[in-house]
Design a protein around this ligand. Sequence first.
Ligand SMILES: Cc1cc2nc3c(=O)[nH]c(=O)nc-3n(C[C@H](O)[C@H](O)[C@H](O)COP(=O)(O)OP(=O)(O)OC[C@H]3O[C@@H](n4cnc5c(N)ncnc54)[C@H](O)[C@@H]3O)c2cc1C
Length: 463
Amino acid sequence: MATPTGNTSTPHFKGETSSVGSVGSPASHIDHVLIVGAGLCGLATAIGLGKAGIRVTILERSSELREIGAGIQIPPNAARVLSHLGLLDRIATHSVRPRDIVLRSYSDGSTLRSLNVDPDAQDSYGFPLLVTHRADLCKILYEEALNLGIAVLFGCSVQQIDFARPAVQLAAGETMAADLILGTDGARSICREALLGHADPPRPSGKLIYRVCIDIGVMSRHPEVADLIHPPRIHIWLGPAAHVVCYGLKGVFNVVISQPEDDKGISFDVQKGDLEKLRQSFQTWEPRLRKLLELAHETLRWSLPSSRQIESWVHPRGHFALLGDATHSTFPVIAQGAAMAFESALVLSSLLCSANSTAQLIALLHVYNRVRFPRTSKVDELSRATLDYLEMPDGPEQVERDRRLRDHGPGEGEVFALVDPEIQSWLWGFDARAHAELSWGKYVVENEALGLDEDNPAARATD
Ligand SMILES: Cc1cc2nc3c(=O)[nH]c(=O)nc-3n(C[C@H](O)[C@H](O)[C@H](O)COP(=O)(O)OP(=O)(O)OC[C@H]3O[C@@H](n4cnc5c(N)ncnc54)[C@H](O)[C@@H]3O)c2cc1C
């Protein structure tokens, strides 16, 4: 894990304001929030609440922070959230700003489409697209949580939730109560199952993910792959039933490979993969990609989980909500899973700051659910359609896809979401905090117009 450098020449982004607490008055009516899971979503949610003056405890099953050291893309909509949380400058010092996203043919590596992101993302949306080490991102969030006085308790596995009290029961038998419980325990979520009232494990998606990291120093000594490092780019190879995404981080080149799951029963947990077998399956791919795999010393792999979208993220009693991968499983093809979790974290924490009575809590949670579900569902659908599009089998459809990508300018109606300017703007231009303010304002106006009383605030929010 890299250590923060304390670099004073930090780039400062438009909007780096750390402004969560200014959404409304501090939510003093909520004394204590318990968050289940210290992943990216749990930490970001805790920071949003902590900045609003709310006391937060995070319960994490693992014995330590567990974001293993590969890369993550931070698209402009996520960068905006991190800026609102006052973290983007710090994250940027550990990140790389890719110049383009390049879609490539698997067979000869030729460019099918190149999409500028630096400076275009900053110019269009006010925030850049960054790529960074997950471990660095996680560490910055964790340190900020500690600075805010948030308690992060490791080795605390939540087993059950009592929605009436509300309280959680830990594996060790201990019970902990709070005013509000938030489930951010990822794709294999105990919290989600407790809310649904039945088992709901993720299913295998039929895809295997391989991760390979190559030392950039080693790579730069091999001229045939050196052009993948400079200028910094996100390279995506489109191939039959597989695709590859790679980009350079500080010191390491991050390669993520999606392949069909050949053996049934491969675990969702990260395991050591068979590098020789992986190399064999890329024999028909362009030479640079084969060289990358030749330079690798090891690979990790896991089965990509797929969960059913659930519409209801809030318990009817109003003291519990789900966020992040626990609510939806976004396939990692448009780099929006963590971005959706960050957006939800900011929407929920901003809404909680807007309430001025405990009676409004249930309404707030329903407003949160109502505004987040349509967006995350659409992103899930986009990610699934994009996976099929990137992994089309060779044939007439693939030839037509490649022709369209090569020949068209910025195109409308392209399945690869980021190529369609309207979808790109919907994804990357989203302002989670403004959205939260607008939604709450609308709710208040609607309720006033209907003359609804504060004792029944959910009535309007659930429609
Ligand atoms: C290959 C790949 C590449 C990706 N790339 C990107 C990208 O470039 N950009 C992007 O935005 N997203 C990306 N994503 C998606 C992103 O990684 C996830 O959406 C995000 O990490 C989800 O965060 P989370 O906090 O909701 O869940 P998790 O990260 O799964 O965290 C859940 C936490 O809860 C803990 N926990 C679980 N059960 C319990 C329990 N019972 N009690 C206590 N604690 C518990 C876990 O130990 C864990 O720490 C990618 C995903 C994959 C697989």
